[in-house]
Design a protein around this ligand. Structure first.
Ligand code: ADP
Ligand code: MG
Ligand code: ZN
Length: 481
């Protein structure tokens, strides 16, 4: 029997606000421990929370971008549990009246045969909640420390429907979601800084069966690649279990990246009963249509719309467009490069194939890149005018990224310009022919292949700078005379 995986993702993103969700403390990252705390976020008796309007607006912005039904009336609830990073012993979250209800996200994903397909993934809800503090264990010999700076920072939890069917789809969903959230500027979505976190729910069921299998929830996933790897491991583990007649236990599991396995953290018997109840210190409230409409007006062009425009206006492939819009910075760089005069197809090729490879190697962002869009356009111009060939251009780009110099300057400085001097190329051709009489004879006897050796000899003679088209023309002329 074949088994089908069923996957649903819970994504937490930190909203980009200056102050916390229910108090005026700063959300600054990396401050000295417990610097940004106050009676409200430390849960002192008698302190009262106040909803941060900016956080609410960002949450609505995300809801609108994800086609969610934004609530007319919403409230906050207490989720009760005890843990040292939670000073109030409850987290203020949203239970049954979340700010954003059902929505959807259209993703582009690869079918098993490699074809690009579109798929709509349901969004169950996207609600506001506060973050917990952070426990520090490393390098502390006798106990642990707790830092409450993160406690009370606004999070948006985006819950997907169990619509995903493979690790690849989960990866593509996360990529599309991140592109949107970055595009609407509600979060940095930086997994390394913890401003985006993802838990994966995985189950398997016999193919053709409607009813879902028992799920396991996987935590401790620190990159999209890790999410995909952990899901695959979990699918294999659960499939093996059910194939051997055993049952999957509903539980929370942790991913161990070093070992490449998930392991049980707590099972259902130990699962929390959160005893949700309405937060008595924050009354339910109504969102006016005007408020929501005003936020909708400020939404920028979303990644998918942008990709469609790139295909329509610039004639690039939809695959290239989809990759370009994954990162806002990349899309903007590409557009600026085209505005600076580069052809769209060339710009897209140079950004996707060459510039991103250089950036990946340096692990740096396109915004910090020393090559600016107009400088790349300058490089492209030099290739189009055949001042340099593409091999030279690639080396020049690496130089540009390292020094911030223009392509023109580097080509001049290093004397890289192609030689388009007919006389010079003619002399090089004559020399090459004289030095390779066998190749000349072969070619004249009809062996087309012999031309390659002669071209190579001319290139060697001119240190690779001769204009290849002219070399070919002149060679052919001399060989046939
Ligand atoms: P819980 O009550 O355990 O938090 P929810 O119903 O809130 O479960 O769902 C949490 C996440 O798990 C959602 O993203 C949902 O799509 C996903 N999910 C629910 N049931 C399954 C299942 N059987 N298999 C895989 N994912 C599931
Ligand atoms: Mg849940
Ligand atoms: Zn505070």
């Amino acid at each position: 029997m074949k088994y089908e995986p069923v996957i649903g993702l819970e994504v937490h993103v930190q909203l980009k606000t200056r102050s916390k969700l229910f108090c005026a403390c700063s959300t600054e990252f990396g401050a000295e421990g417990n610097r940004h705390t106050c009676p409200v976020c430390l849960g002192w008796p008698g302190s009262l929370p106040v909803v941060n309007e900016a956080a609410l607006a960002l949450a609505i912005r995300a809801g609108l971008a994800l086609n969610c039904k934004v609530a007319e009336r919403l409230k906050f609830d207490r989720k009760n549990y005890f843990y040292p990073d939670l000073p109030k012993a409850y987290q203020i979250s949203q239970y049954d009246m979340p700010v954003n209800g059902k929505g959807e996200l259209l993703i582009e994903t690869k079918a098993p045969d490699g074809a690009l397909v579109e798929k709509t993934i349901g969004i169950t809800r996207a609600h506001l909640e506060e973050d917990a503090g952070k426990l520090l264990h490393e390098g502390i010999p006798d106990g642990s420390l707790v830092d409450y700076n993160r406690g009370g920072i606004p999070l948006l939890e985006i819950v997907s429907e169990p619509d995903l069917r493979s690790p690849q789809e989960a990866y593509d969903y996360l990529t599309a979601l991140k592109a949107i959230l970055q595009c609407i500027e509600i979060s940095d979505c930086d997994m390394e800084k913890g401003s985006l976190r993802c838990d994966a729910n995985v189950s398997v069921r016999p193919e053709g069966q409607e009813k879902f299998g028992t799920k396991a929830e996987i935590k401790n996933l620190n990159s999209f690649k890790m999410v995909a790897k952990a899901i695959q491991y979990e699918i294999d583990r659960q499939t093996e279990l059910v194939e051997s007649g055993e049952k999957v236990v509903q539980e929370t599991r942790l991913w161990n990246d070093a070992k490449g396995v998930t392991f049980s953290m707590r099972s259902k018997e130990e699962a929390h009963d959160y005893r949700y109840f309405p937060e008595p210190d924050l009354v339910p409230f109504t969102l006016s249509k005007e408020t929501v409409a005003a936020i909708r007006k400020t939404l920028p062009e979303l990644p998918r719309e942008r990709a469609k425009r790139f295909v329509r206006d610039f004639g690039i492939s939809s695959y290239d467009a989809a990759v370009l819009v994954q990162e806002k910075g990349t899309a903007e760089f590409f557009e600026a490069c085209v505005s600076a005069g580069a052809g769209a197809k060339a710009a897209s090729k140079w950004v996707l194939n060459d510039l991103l490879a250089i950036l990946n190697e340096k692990n740096s962002a396109i915004g910090d890149c020393l090559v600016k869009p107009d400088a790349l356009a300058g490089l492209i111009r030099l290739t189009e005018s055949q001042t340099i060939n593409s091999t030279t251009a690639k080396a020049v780009l690496i130089d540009m990224a390292a020094t911030g110099k223009s392509a023109d300057a580097i080509v001049k400085e290093k004397g890289l310009a192609q030689v388009a001097d007919t006389g010079l190329i003619e002399r090089a051709v004559e020399k090459a022919m004289a030095a390779n009489p066998a190749s000349v004879a072969d070619f004249r006897a009809g062996k087309q292949k012999a031309l390659g050796a002669l071209v190579g000899a001319v290139m060697k003679e001119t240190q690779g700078k001769a204009n290849p088209k002219m070399v070919n023309e002149i060679l052919l002329k001399k060989l046939s005379s």
